[in-house]
Design a protein around this ligand. Structure first.
Ligand code: BG6
Length: 483
């Protein structure tokens, strides 16, 4: 295999899905603390107040908050060179509006990063992984309000200064392109309508197209906040490298009918390329103008915004990759599920237990497309298989299906590197089992390490490395090959 010597092999998590300790260390509430568990067929519900009789998966999650030492020791045993994780904004600024940071929050992450460094693991930190402080969602409607830009940048500046020398790789917003989609608008933008914030319970979906102008305005504010952060990161420490984070949902035409091809291009531009183009090239792409006009979208921009975007282009392109979908103009095409959005079914692909189409070749294709377009280093910061793992009679977890998934995708990365793409790393989603973001389930397990925690809140949080853990260890040891 052709992986570079310093390739960042590792695993990934997000604070809201693994930490728990939701009110410990003076942490404030986040929007994730307000949503219940769900499943593939029953949506997670938003509740404007915490009801003690209801189970909220993020409140304890998988208890990384108390077990990070044990977890990082296991990551080290697997040979991780990189651990992608996120800081919970509300641990540092509990309401998002304080003038001074919460020292207990900073101390917690100091310990986490020190622990990583002890084992020579490079942390890669997402500043906001779907968990904006609840106060900012309720009071400002999240990033809809321009004032939230400064609140985010103050937080980013604080942590980048405090952790200078401990963290060199940063991602600004997780899957920023999800701001366009149903539940994504809530999770990514903290998008809440005033009347929804006051409701006892609602499903934070169906925002798409209903409030598209407001969502795009909020995304604009995130783009500005991100660009300002990139600029600051370089000022604070020239060694800092900052990436975007896009959920790349690669689109294939369902048929070779030219109208399907155009539909594929349209979807790909809106979903994938739009955010990447703004963050890598530093300007709004011309193809969005017509779409904005057709949807009555006119983004309010300040005179300095264009220059801010240009000055804050990211250093590398990070993305999550789970599946590909098909696009078509036909209305009778069979549909499949997907990461926040599904698409037309591809007859050549198998799906996961949760209906996501598995497509390793698509990863090679995607890496090549991204490299050709941007010519900056690429990193796959999420890729993995959600499955209902079980502990076998021998007390182990034999997840051969996950090994096979990872092997095929890692081979595809190797092929893309051989094709000429500059790929700097790969972090498996997820390093250990954690709460599913989409469904709130524990039974949708992605981890290399099993965690004894279940959807009814039972379990003792015991960690059990799965077969995939040992396989991945050998893969890292052999830099992309395995015994
Ligand atoms: C990405 C997110 O959307 O996909 C993660 O960045 C998430 O937070 C992952 O967990 C898998 O999605 P899900 O819904 O299966 O947890």
């Amino acid at each position: 295999m052709v992986f570079p010597k310093n390739f960042l092999w590792g695993g990934a998590t997000a604070a809201n899905q693994c930490e728990g300790g939701y009110l410990e260390g003076k942490k404030g509430l986040t929007i994730q603390d307000m949503i219940t568990g769900g499943s593939l067929h029953s949506p997670r519900l938003f509740r404007g107040t915490i009801d003690k009789t209801v189970f909220y998966p993020s409140h304890e999650a998988v208890d990384f908050y108390h077990r990070y030492r044990e977890d990082i020791a296991l990551f080290a045993e697997a040979g991780f060179r990189c651990y992608r994780m996120s800081i919970s904004w509300a641990r540092i600024f509990p309401t998002g509006e304080e003038n001074e940071p919460n020292e207990e929050g900073l101390a917690f992450y100091d310990q986490v990063f020190d622990e990583c460094r002890r084992y020579g693991i490079e942390p890669m930190v997402t500043l906001n992984h779907f968990d904006i402080p609840w106060n900012l969602a309720k009071k400002y409607g999240g990033f809809q309000d321009r004032r939230v830009i400064d609140l985010f940048v103050r937080y980013a500046e604080c942590v980048m200064k405090h952790f200078r020398g401990k963290v060199r790789y940063w991602l600004t917003f997780n899957e920023i392109n999800f701001g366009l989609l149903n539940m994504g608008a809530y999770k990514s933008l903290g998008y809440l309508e005033k009347e929804d914030a006051e409701k006892q319970e609602f499903v934070p979906k169906d925002a798409l197209h209903k409030n598209l102008p407001a969502q795009l305005q909020a995304m604009h504010h995130q783009f500005i906040a991100s660009a300002m952060t990139v600029h600051l990161a370089h000022e604070i420490d020239p060694a800092n490298q900052v990436g975007c984070m896009i959920s790349h949902i690669t689109q294939y035409p369902l048929t070779c009918e030219p109208k399907d091809m155009l539909e594929t291009q349209r979807k790909d531009r809106i979903l994938n390329k739009f955010s990447g183009d703004v963050m890598v090239l530093g300007e709004y792409p011309s193809y969005m103008k017509r779409w904005f006009a057709e949807h009555g979208i006119s983004i309010r921009q300040e005179p300095e915004d264009a220059a801010v975007l240009k000055k804050g282009c990211v250093d590398f392109y990070a993305f999550s990759y789970y599946m590909t979908n098909c696009a078509t103009v036909r209305t009778d095409a069979a549909q499949v599920e997907g990461n926040l959005m599904g698409g037309a079914k591809n007859p050549y692909l198998q799906t996961s237990e949760w209906g996501w189409q598995i497509d390793p070749d698509g990863l090679r294709y995607t890496l090549n497309e991204l490299w050709d377009r941007y010519h900056i280093p690429l990193m796959i910061v999420e890729n993995g298989l959600g499955a209902e793992d079980k502990i076998a009679a021998d007390g182990k977890v034999h997840d051969s299906y996950r090994i096979s998934y990872l092997q095929k995708h890692i081979r595809a990365v190797g092929e893309a590197i051989a094709d000429g793409a500059a790929v700097m790393g790969y972090t498996v989603w997820s390093a250990l089992d954690l709460v599913s973001s989409g469904t709130g389930e524990m039974k949708k397990r992605y981890g290399l390490i099993y965690v004894d925690r279940h959807d009814d809140g039972s379990g003792d949080f015991r960690r059990i490395p799965k077969d995939s853990f040992y396989w991945y260890k050998s893969c890292i040891k052999n830099n992309g090959d395995w015994e």
